[in-house]
Design a protein around this ligand. Structure first.
Ligand code: ZN
Length: 280
């Protein structure tokens, strides 16, 4: 299974399960995550949802090079009302797909009416950051590291452009401009994660926080979540992201025009070779 689902008391544990590819997200995983979240929302026994990654890493980002990369496969669309991307030319394909699979899905999951906690160890890179950021809380292991290196592709950040809101503008620029990794301690200092715990205690500590939250009334939690999300949107996050999505797609289109492909000819291997240095 690409995504594992398990209920432990009042907590649904949703686990990305492609550890051999550092939980790179293909569309199969995205839709499996969505199905798991829907199941957790519909289950009255579930009060809190924990999102985890199997193996050494939370998620290395979107799948840009595994054998199961499925960019040209149709899935039943869930996030936006738009036509299928498959078979469309140029920007028509990219815009339709990324609006649904990346930005739309992340926004949909941010609105899950139950509290969500990302439980992060190892790599949390680019598309991995998107998943952690849509969760309400982030608990990081002391070995976790974060980066959005897509400026190397000439692209101004991942599709769910929360950087200035979750990092502050100064750190957002630092990490976009350098592509460097930052560690859990720096993420905590910046207010991007709630807790940093020893790797060995990550699951216990995360489930303990989930259990504390689960003592609160369900509807109160849902309203509190909506209240903070609305405040974040009042701080410009939603409209800001919409405007940056245009810049993001302009960058893809520019790459498609002047380089081998919309990712500037880069894949997982060349991105790794270009090297996100440890800037923490
Ligand atoms: Zn993109």
């Amino acid at each position: 299974m690409t995504v594992e689902y398990e209920r432990r008391d009042a907590v649904a544990l949703v686990t990305m399960n492609r550890p051999e590819y550092r939980n790179a997200q293909n569309s199969a995983m995205t839709y499996a995550l969505d199905a798991a979240f829907v199941r957790a929302v519909d289950d009255d026994e579930v009060k809190v949802i924990v999102l985890a990654g199997a193996g050494k890493h939370f998620s290395a980002g979107h799948d840009i090079g595994t054998p199961e990369r499925d960019v040209h496969v149709s899935y039943e669309r869930k996030a936006v009302l738009w036509w299928d991307h498959v078979g469309r030319p140029g920007g028509d394909l990219r815009y339709a797909r990324e609006m649904e699979v990346y930005l739309g899905m992340c926004r949909r999951w941010r609105e899950i009416p139950k509290p969500t906690i990302a439980m992060v160890q190892g790599a949390c890179i680019a598309g991995g950051l998107m998943l952690a950021w849509v969760c309400d809380l982030i608990v990081a292991a002391d070995d976790a590291f974060f980066a959005d290196p897509v400026v190397r592709m000439g692209i101004p950040g991942v599709e769910y452009f929360a950087h200035p809101w979750v990092l502050g503008p100064r750190a957002a620029k630092e990490f976009l401009f350098t592509g460097d990794r930052f560690d859990a301690a720096r993420a905590h200092q910046l207010g991007m994660v709630n807790r940093v715990v020893p790797r060995a205690d990550l699951e216990t500590e995360t489930l303990a926080i989930a259990a504390r939250i689960a003592e609160m009334p369900r509807f109160g939690l849902a309203l509190a979540k909506k209240a903070v999300n609305q405040a974040e949107d009042e701080m410009g996050m939603r409209t800001g992201m919409d405007s940056v999505f245009g810049l993001h797609h302009f960058a893809h289109a520019h790459n498609a025009e002047v380089s081998p492909d919309p990712l500037a000819g880069m894949d997982a291997r060349s991105m790794k070779a270009a090297g996100a240095r440890d800037g923490s």
